[in-house]
Design a protein around this ligand. Structure first.
Ligand SMILES: N[C@@H](CCC(=O)N[C@@H](CS)C(=O)NCC(=O)O)C(=O)O
Length: 220
């Protein structure tokens, strides 16, 4: 059976968790606290970068959440979350990479602030919010009046963006100027996979000290 090493509050984990539930595959869940257990020698043999998520499928180990999504998509093709059309595939990948390479790094200073780390004077809040608006405009351009971001059906792009955006409210990022994005997000959140993996506000708040410790270690 698949073994899924993860931490429920992590957005990097959640996209894989949602995918496993959407595919309805059986898996064993191994929860890491990230309070040192990610450095266990046994875990480091699976993931030398001491990160979650990690997926183990018998003798094959996959790290990096986007690679895990691709692996699951290839191994369990039904239901499919990859379009067939070249432009749609290109759009799906763009949206996935914009999320991990633009949205997550841009919102990191907001997370740092929420967990109580000092504000970086080189990254004023106004500029961060402007950049987030640019990213939301980008998503909304592809969403238009469609039910999903890149096609009539849900794709990996919806899973990747749709598991990050709901966490941004904890960083005071609002969707009020992006009503289509807001409606799309609310629709995704009605799905069982989103509801089962939705972090509880009290768990998020309780995790701030742990996130602060991880972010402090990273910047040293
Ligand atoms: N690019 C990786 C990022 C994984 C990642 O940064 N995971 C964080 C939690 S969100 C982690 O495991 N941090 C623990 C550590 O760095 O020791 C992916 O998408 O899987």
């Amino acid at each position: 059976m698949l073994k899924f090493y993860h931490t429920p509050l992590s957005v990097n984990s959640r996209r894989v968790w949602v995918m496993l539930l959407e595919k309805q595959v059986e898996f064993e869940e191994i929860v890491l606290s990230l309070q040192g257990d990610q450095f266990d020698p046994e875990y480091l043999t699976l993931n030398p970068f001491h990160h979650i998520p990690t997926l183990v499928d018998d003798d094959f180990t996959v790290i990096e959440s986007l690679a895990i999504l691709d692996y699951l998509e290839a191994k369990y093709p039904t239901p499919s979350f990859t379009p067939k059309n070249a432009k749609q595939i290109g759009t799906m990948r763009m949206v996935e990479f914009v999320t991990v390479n633009e949205l997550l790094p841009t919102s990191l200073p907001l997370l740092k602030q929420v967990v109580g780390l000092p504000e970086d004077p080189n990254q004023p809040l106004e500029k961060i919010h402007q950049k987030i608006t640019t990213i939301f405009d980008f998503y909304q351009k592809y969403l238009g009046e469609n039910p999903y971001l890149v096609s009539e059906e849900m794709t990996l792009a919806d899973i990747v963006v749709g598991t990050v955006i709901p966490t941004l409210k904890y960083m005071n990022v609002s969707l009020e100027n992006h009503p289509q994005l807001q409606a799309w997000c609310e629709r995704l959140m009605l799905r069982e996979s989103w509801q089962k993996t939705e972090p509880q506000p009290e768990d998020i708040q309780a995790s701030y000290a742990r996130i602060k410790a991880i972010l402090t270690q990273k910047s040293q």
